[in-house]
Structures are given as C-alpha cells and as structure tokens.
Design a binder for this molecule. Structure first.
Ligand SMILES: Cc1cc2nc3c(=O)[nH]c(=O)nc-3n(C[C@H](O)[C@H](O)[C@H](O)COP(=O)(O)O)c2cc1C
Length: 172
C-alpha cells in the first residue's frame, strides 16, 4: 500500500466503530459469517441499514449474491468471534457460535443486537460494493459494553456503559 493509502486508512481508523458479523446460508446451504465494521443505519422508516463489502474478499462471491442475511452487533466479550470471521479463507460458522432465526437466517449467539435483512441494492463504489438492505426483524439485548474497533485495534471499554446525552442543540 502507498504511503498516501496508508495515511488515508490510518485517518479513517480514528473513527471508532462497533464490530458486527454478517451471516447467511451459502448456496451450498451452510452458515457463513464475515466480520465487518462498515455497518451504518440509513433510514428509520422504512428500516434500512448498509455495509460495504470489499471486492477482493474471498467471500465476495458468497456475500454479494445472498439475498437474506443477518447483521449481529458484537459485545466486548466476543473478540474471538470477531477474529474468527475476519480470517481469510473458510468462513463457515462454528456450530457453537450461531443460532437460526424463525425465518431461517443464521445469527451470532449472544450478540448485542441482531438485524435480519433483505438486500435491496448493491452499489459498486471504488474497491467496495455498498449493500443497502431492509430490516425485516430485529432484536436487542439489554445494554452491555460493545466490542469496539479504533486505529486498527480493539478498544477496551469499561465494564459499564456510562452514557451522557449530547446537548439538546446536537441531539437528533
Ligand atoms: C474489525 C474488522 C472490520 C472489518 N470490516 C470489514 C468491512 O466492513 N467490509 C469488508 O469487506 N471487510 C471487512 N473486514 C475484513 C473481513 O472481515 C476480512 O477481509 C475477511 O473476513 C477476509 O476474508 P476473505 O478474504 O476470505 O473474504 C473487517 C475486518 C475486521 C477485523
């Protein structure tokens, strides 16, 4: 990677994110998963989210063609799960890592929130595709510390979620 490419990546890394696993059943009918941090909300009504998939991922063919998948938001205790599905190559989900929803979509057990999605649009952009999806079902656990990613590393957050509201002028 060029210095400019590395600098850009480093600057993007200053934006702290949560960590998710996208999961689906492959065409061959086994559960697959991939770690992502490009997840973002798009629309509340209708409910839509997005994430981006890099073109040179080995899993590109698998994930760019699935129509239904889930996005599981990982907790601070799920670093190993994140590492497991960020490795190049085999993306089969381990049996202890996932459950299958009533609608037949695999999701990560113990995740802080799960969004079951139907893909609406795949927008090729640069070296990634942006996938925009409608959320058909979702569930969230009580608030627990999230797994966070910052500057290319996991960020250890405290045991408790301590919140302070944005000032009224800033809140949406
Ligand atoms: C914290 C974290 C976030 C990631 N976010 C994304 C992402 O948003 N989109 C993506 O395509 N890859 C992302 N990756 C990389 C994929 O997880 C990784 O490239 C993929 O699992 C490698 O496998 P493959 O090349 O076999 O598909 C991320 C990796 C980590 C560790």
């Amino acid at each position: 990677m060029s210095n400019i490419g590395r600098d850009f990546r480093d600057a993007l890394g200053r934006f702290a994110t949560g960590v998710c696993v996208v999961s689906a059943f492959s065409k061959e009918d086994y559960a697959i998963g991939m770690t992502i941090n490009s997840f973002a909300s798009v629309s509340l009504d209708p409910r839509q989210v997005l994430w981006s998939l890099k073109h040179n991922a080995v899993t590109y063919g698998m994930f760019s063609s699935v129509h239904e998948y889930s996005i599981s938001v990982l907790s601070a205790t799920q670093k190993e799960v994140s590492n497991r599905y960020a490795k190049p190559g085999d993306h089969a989900l381990l049996s202890g890592d996932f459950l299958v929803s009533e609608r037949g979509i695999p999701f990560i057990q113990g995740a802080l929130a799960v969004f079951e999605c139907t893909n609406d649009q795949v927008v090729p952009s640069g070296d990634h595709d942006v996938l925009i999806a409608s959320v058909s079902h979702f569930h969230a656990k009580g608030e627990q510390p999230p797994l966070m990613f910052y500057s290319g590393r996991y960020l250890d957050v405290s045991d408790q979620v301590v919140r302070s509201k944005p000032s009224p002028a800033l809140s949406a």
